[in-house]
Each structure stands twice: as structure tokens, then as C-alpha cells.
Write a protein that binds this ligand. Structure first.
Ligand SMILES: Cc1cc2nc3c(=O)[nH]c(=O)nc-3n(C[C@H](O)[C@H](O)[C@H](O)COP(=O)(O)OP(=O)(O)OC[C@H]3O[C@@H](n4cnc5c(N)ncnc54)[C@H](O)[C@@H]3O)c2cc1C
Length: 436
């Protein structure tokens, strides 16, 4: 039976929920404070996708974009270490986990000793002997890697770079549990899970624009420039949401797809103090991100992804320019969790990015920069410090008709695109499973 659903927050989590619900015949309204839908995706460079990002690929398929994104070339995973060594992790055409195990055996980025320790850990984990410690969510990934025999060189040169790319922060700043689960999903499950793919098209062209068009076709109502300011509750239910212009809206279901620090101010104080579910949101923090985009007058044939050690930026993507790929290319330099970069001037950030680019990509001559964009976000991604896991909420709140979605909720993934999409899908499933 059709239910009415009010979704506040028109980022990818809210829009994914809206799509699933509208496709099942529910009556959906999305409330978004900005002038356009998409939330953080508007700032985002082409995402690094893994085959393991099942919810993302399923959404791309639902939107009929799998034709556009295939054949997608697998992008090699390359490390530039502080010694200047450039090392690729070989993607071997073997079933998983054999491809990862053999790839690790051959990977020159780790010393023989580090590889041996890692492979023997993997073998023991596989056989559950001894079982994995159950305190991994409260331990730092750096300390845990040390405990399984990974040297300082391995942690700095390889694991730290991977942690930044996959989880969004350095090893001491992330929980061992989340890092291990992410590595296992990305490199040890599914025949093709290890493949890294950087789509040649911006996220707006293969995800956002088709998603917005599909919502329009399904009759989803969208209110832009509309800020939710207050939620009202009675007994165990939400009864209405008030907007900044004092409009009051009611529905059968209310779904928050806001960042945590935007959700709490909507709640009456008694709700925040009474329910641990909401109280713990104040324990979640977001970390900064700096992105520099350089449009260059040199063409490249294939997308490159390089993880940098000991430089300002943590990874760089260079891809052919979608429109003029015969002549130009685009470089995205990204640094995660580096508070000290936020106050730097645009000129300084560009200078640092050009420096790192010269180290990362060899070119016969220095390219000319045609266009520059610098993005500085103080709160870009959920910080997944040791212990933070317990504060990430599940979709169902203590109020029977109120659900919570967003990349930062408890999906088992770092707070990335996959997590946002999965959270939206899960909320839609909860609503669709309920009798009205
Ligand atoms: C620069 C950058 C690069 C990234 N790169 C990657 C990547 O390579 N790979 C990857 O997987 N992920 C990446 N991410 C993360 C990914 O983009 C996010 O996890 C995802 O977009 C979050 O979606 P969301 O819907 O949970 O939240 P958001 O996008 O934050 O959506 C929340 C929405 O709520 C709206 N809102 C807030 N308050 C109110 C209110 N009171 N009333 C109404 N509306 C409100 C906001 O305007 C926003 O539209 C990146 C993020 C950034 C910022």
C-alpha cells in the first residue's frame, strides 16, 4: 500500500531512498536546503570505485548507465614511495582471493619479511586460528598492523596510502576493524572485487543527472531552497516537520538524510537527552579534505591513479578530458584529514599540487594549466577514529516512523559513496516492508 514519505536532505543517500520508494509506488517529497540536488557530490572528483561497491553498481545499473560505464577499464593501483620508487600492485586475472594472494606475493612495495608476515596472517585468519580479536573497532589500524608484523616502512609506504584512499584518513586515525573489513571486502571477496575503476565521466553525468531525471519521471516532488528546522514528536512517532519559512509538512514516514551535525538541531532537547540513539550523534566528527583540479593542455590515453607517500597530496587521478580528450587532460590532487592545508592560499595549494603532479606523472614537457579549481572543505567526511563505530546509528530510530540515512550511518563501510547509497536503500527497504 502506498505511503507518503518526507525525505529531508537531497544528497545521494536521500535521492537513492527516494528512487527506491517512488519505484515501489510510494508518494515521496524531497526537501533540500541548497539550490540543487546532490549534496557533497557536487564537490566530488570522479570517485574511485571498486567492484565490491555493490550498491553503487546496482544503482548505476538501475539508472541504465551500465552501458555508459562499460567497457570500463580497470585502473592500475600504483604507489609512489618517498624513495622515488614507483610500484604497481598487479591485478592478476585469477579468482579472488588467489589474485590478491599472488598479487601480494609479487608486490615489490612490501619487503619480503612484510609480505611473509602478511601472508601468514591471512592464512591464519582464513583458518580462524586464532580467531580475530574482537576489540579491533576500538584499536587504531596503525597499532594493529604493527601487531601482525608490518614494519614501519610498510605502514608508511603502503598501508597509510591505502588507508587514506579507502577509508579517508591516515592509519593512526582510523579503527583497525573498519580498515580490515574494508580491505577484506575490496581485496579478498568476489572474483572481480579487486578491480579499481575510475569512471571516465564525472559523477554528475553517470549518476546524478540520470537519478534526478528518474525521480522526475516517477513523480517525486522536490522542494529546493527548503531547510528543515524542526521535527515534532508525539509518543513514539514524528508528527510533522517545520521548514525555515514556517511551512509545516506531514507524512506517514520521515527520513533524515542529513549530516549528523545538521540532524541534532532539528530535535527537541528532551529527545536528544532521553535517547542514546540521538545523544551519541554528538560524538561523531567530520574531517577535512582539500582537492585541487588542474585542467592541462596535454592529453593522456588512460586514467591513472597514483598514491603518494610523503608529499602534500595523498593521491592523484589523471584522466582524459571527456570533451576534448585528443588535446587535454584533467588532474585531481586530493589530501584527506590535513587540517593544516585549509588556511593555505589558493596559489600555494596550486603550487604544491603542481609539484606533486610533476613527481607523480612523467611528461616530456611541463603542461600548461588551462583552468584551476580549489575545493577546501573543513567537514568533508566522517572521521572513523577507533571507537567511533559504536556511535554510527542504524537506520531505524526509537521513533517508529522516523529513519536515518547518510554515508555516516552504520553501513559497515567508510563514509563514502557506497555507504550513502546503501543507507538510502536500507531505509527504503524498511518502509516498503512495513504494512501501512
Ligand atoms: C570532495 C569530496 C570528494 C569525495 N570523493 C569520494 C570518492 O572518491 N569516493 C567515494 O566513495 N566518496 C567520496 N566522497 C564522499 C561522498 O561524496 C559522500 O559520502 C556522499 O556524497 C555523501 O552523501 P550523503 O547523501 O550521505 O550526504 P550529503 O551529500 O552531505 O547530503 C546531505 C544533504 O542535506 C542537505 N541539508 C543539510 N541540512 C539540511 C536541512 N536542514 N534541510 C534540508 N536539507 C539539508 C545538504 O544541502 C545536502 O544536500 C567525497 C566527498 C567529498 C566532499
Amino acid at each position: 500500500m502506498s505511503q507518503s514519505v518526507l525525505i529531508f536532505g537531497g544528497g545521494i543517500a536521500g535521492l537513492t531512498a527516494a528512487l527506491s520508494l517512488a519505484a515501489k509506488g510510494h508518494s515521496v517529497t524531497v526537501i533540500e536546503q541548497a539550490a540543487q540536488l546532490g549534496g557533497r557530490l557536487w564537490h566530488a572528483p570522479p570517485p574511485v570505485l571498486l567492484e565490491a561497491h555493490a550498491a553503487t553498481w546496482s544503482l548505476i545499473k538501475t539508472l541504465g548507465q551500465d552501458r555508459l560505464t562499460t567497457p570500463l577499464r580497470h585502473t592500475p593501483l600504483e604507489f609512489l614511495q618517498s624513495t622515488g620508487a614507483r610500484i604497481q600492485f598487479l591485478h592478476l586475472p585469477l579468482p579472488s582471493p588467489l589474485n590478491t594472494l599472488l598479487g601480494t606475493t609479487l608486490f615489490q612495495g612490501l619487503s619480503m619479511r612484510d609480505r611473509w608476515h602478511l601472508l601468514s596472517f591471512l592464512e591464519r585468519t582464513w583458518e580462524q586460528d586464532p580467531p580475530l580479536p574482537n576489540d579491533l573497532d576500538s584499536r587504531a589500524a596503525d597499532e594493529w598492523l604493527t601487531s601482525i608484523g608490518q614494519s614501519e616502512t610498510a605502514r608508511h609506504g603502503v598501508w597509510n596510502s591505502l588507508a587514506r584512499l579507502l577509508v579517508g584518513a591516515a592509519l593512526p586515525e582510523i579503527s583497525a576493524g573498519l580498515f580490515m573489513r574494508t580491505l577484506r571486502r575490496c581485496f579478498l571477496t568476489g572474483a572481480r572485487a579487486t578491480k579499481l575503476i575510475v569512471p571516465p565521466h564525472g559523477v554528475d553525468s553517470f549518476l546524478l543527472a540520470p537519478l534526478i531525471a528518474a525521480l522526475d519521471r516517477l513523480g517525486v516532488r522536490v522542494k529546493l531552497h527548503a531547510t528543515a528546522t524542526q521535527l515534532r514528536f508525539s509518543h513514539n512517532r514524528v508528527t510533522e516537520v517545520e521548514l525555515a519559512d514556517h511551512t509545516r509538512l506531514t507524512a506517514d514516514w520521515y527520513l533524515s538524510a542529513l549530516p549528523p551535525q545538521r540532524l541534532t538541531p532539528l530535535l527537541p532537547e528532551r529527545v536528544v537527552t532521553h535517547y542514546a540513539y540521538f545523544q551519541q550523534l554528538s560524538r561523531l566528527n567530520e574531517s577535512p579534505l582539500v582537492v585541487v583540479r588542474l585542467h592541462l593542455d596535454q592529453a593522456v590515453r588512460q586514467t591513472q591513479l597514483i598514491l603518494l607517500e610523503g608529499r602534500t597530496f595523498h593521491w592523484m587521478i589523471r584522466h582524459p578530458d571527456e570533451e576534448r580528450h585528443e588535446q587535454t587532460s584533467v588532474v585531481w590532487a586530493q589530501a584527506v584529514g590535513e587540517q593544516s592545508l585549509l588556511p593555505q592560499s589558493k596559489e600555494e595549494l596550486v603550487r604544491l599540487a603542481v609539484d606533486d603532479m610533476a613527481a607523480a606523472f612523467s611528461a616530456p614537457s611541463s603542461p600548461r594549466i588551462l583552468d584551476i579549481d580549489v575545493i577546501r572543505l573543513a567537514s568533508a567526511m566522517l572521521s572513523t577514529k577507533p571507537g567511533a563505530h559504536q556511535y554510527r546509528p542504524i537506520p531505524t530510530s526509537p521513533f517508529t516512523n522516523f529513519l536515518v540515512a547518510g554515508a555516516w550511518t552504520d553501513t559497515g563501510w567508510p563514509a563514502n559513496l557506497e555507504s550513502a547509497i546503501l543507507s538510502g536503500q536500507r531505509c527504503a527497504e524498511v518502509i516498503s516492508a512495513q504494512p501501512s
